[in-house]
Design a protein around this ligand. Sequence first.
Ligand code: MN
Length: 235
Amino acid sequence: MADLVPAPGTVRIPVRGGGFFPVHRIYCVGRNFVDHAKEMGVAASASKVDRGSPVFFSKPADAVIGPGAVPYPPATADLQHEVELVVALGGDAPQGILPVADAGAWVLAYGVGLDLTRRDLQAAAKAKRLPWDTAKGFDHSAPISELVPAMQIDDLKHSILSLSVNGEQRQRAALEQMIWNVPEILHELSKLYALRAGDLVFMGTPAGVAAMQPGDTFIARLEGIVELHGSIIGR
Ligand code: MN
């Protein structure tokens, strides 16, 4: 039997050194840096962050957009940047819970991305205890760099995540400040989902989230490893 509508295409992200990474799902971690949890008013101190239960949400696979122009989304007056480490999974995890000690082996590559957020819609959803989908999972909400094979990266743990907008630094933090590291997050995700080759994980943002306007240019960096250059264009 033929498809009754055109099959959706697969989003593919270029990988440094050759080839593409076809995207299956996009998982995102909320509140993975204490200073960002504080600025969002959900943690008074490190001890107030509930380390037992990371916050997860997701974006559709076709929210991915590469370097270059990012359209300003509709239905918001407060589009905000969140620079994040992006983890790309290279294989299907075995059934069951991934042990922390094994989880790193499923990472194929890393990139840097923006978890773009319609902050006004998120604030309204939080106030009403409603889901975040419209705030997070919109078209073009996941700009991402090329992916760098994990084997080509010497010391990810000590690398610095940063974002500048119009040449001015907005966000900067060491990855070792993350509350949950990559294997810990994959372990937690595996309790909830069957992790698959093609999955991406946005690892959460440090403090300094703020608005972007049409005409703004940005550079997101995993310093010394990879950069994402882009700009926000009008609606
Ligand atoms: Mn985020």
